[in-house]
Design a protein around this ligand. Structure first.
Ligand SMILES: [Zn+2]
Length: 340
């Protein structure tokens, strides 16, 4: 047996016999670290005759691996022994429950969004996604809101470039045009997502909130179809029949346009949620304007459609009795843990 092999064997014997972790660490230091045997061996290579260099390098690596493996095995043995000692010692009680990891839960907006997605999917709608950073064309122009249109003032817009061609979408309605571009009529689609307004925040206004756009394109669709879809939606959210009413509302991308109110689900006599009126303003909706159908490449002579813009954040607040919209995106765990 060569001197080298004997040296390694002696090292491995010492490792296997190391009495504790400290002793083991000392052996590793003198072998593997800066001034250790392996390092010295590697450092000597340039001084050796060329024919010995390769073998010496290989040996140094082999030695390093052998020491590392032996040390790791010895360390595991120490840990197992320590655990055994703890288990057999006084005061150890195997019946004490372990510490449970903290569990997260779905955000209320996510939860309601998923429920609505399930509901609409069951009615034949597809769920679409759209960009949050949107072109002015999709956010305004294609929705029948040209540059000089006063309706633009109703939506305080975050603009992303000096020319104003790129915006943070102010509503999910650009999803209507994108849906029309992607799908052939007849179709039904919803587009849930975040929207952004440059607003002073208070209990009912937030710069970032959630909406869900809905669009149905087909032949001979009427306001009756729209009301039917909205009643199904409310039944899904509140678990029972909810009376609705339509009031005329102006939105450039629908004609006629409506504000849909729902009977306040919280009272019979008037309460703070419905401001004593017994009605809750829920969503703008209407029959899709022919110009918008044209923007989406659909012939308004053949096809008609209805659309609605559900205020998801508002619906979540109604559902869970949340009185301040700012809670939703606060990231405050005291708020979020209530939905676990
Ligand atoms: Zn009420």
């Amino acid at each position: 047996m060569s001197d080298r092999q004997a040296e390694l064997d002696a090292l491995l014997v010492r490792i296997a016999a190391a009495p504790d972790a400290e002793a083991l660490r000392a052996i590793e230091r003198e072998t593997l670290e800066k001034e250790g045997v392996v390092a010295r061996l590697l450092a000597s290579i340039p001084t050796l005759p060329p024919q010995e260099r390769k073998a010496t390098g290989q040996w140094a690596n082999q030695m390093k691996r052998a020491v590392e493996e032996a040390a790791s095995a010895r360390r595991s043995a120490f840990e197992a022994a320590a655990l055994d000692a703890e288990r057999s010692g006084a005061g150890f009680d195997a019946t004490i429950p372990g510490k449970r990891p903290e569990r997260g839960s779905l955000h209320p907006v996510t939860r309601v969004t998923r429920e609505l997605e399930d509901l609409f999917t069951s009615m034949g709608y597809v769920v679409l996604d759209g960009p949050e950073v949107e072109l002015d064309w999709y956010n305004f122009e294609a929705l029948n809101i040209p540059r000089d249109h006063p309706a633009r003032d109703m939506q305080d817009t975050f603009r992303c470039d000096p020319e104003g061609n790129v915006v943070l979408r102010t509503h999910t309605s650009p999803g209507q045009v994108r849906a029309m571009e992607r799908m052939k009529p007849p179709f039904r689609a919803i587009v849930p997502g975040k929207v952004f307004r440059q607003e002073t925040t208070d209990a009912s206004h937030e710069h970032t909130f959630h909406q869900m756009e809905g669009l149905v394109v087909g032949r001979d669709l009427s306001v009756g179809h729209l009301i039917g879809a909205m009643k199904t939606l409310l039944r899904g959210v509140f678990g029972r029949e909810i009376e609705v009413r339509l009031r005329p509302g102006y939105f450039p991308f629908v004609e006629p346009g409506f504000e849909l109110d729902a009977r306040c689900p919280f009272c019979t006599e008037g309460c703070s949620v419905c401001k004593r009126s017994r009605w809750i303003e829920l969503l703008p909706c209407g029959m899709v304007h022919p110009n918008v159908l044209r923007s989406g490449g659909i012939d308004p002579e053949v096809w008609s459609g209805f659309a609605f813009g559900l205020g998801l954040s508002r619906l979540v607040m109604l559902r869970y009795g949340i009185d301040d919209v700012r809670h939703l995106l606060s990231g405050d765990l005291r708020f979020l843990e209530q939905f676990a």
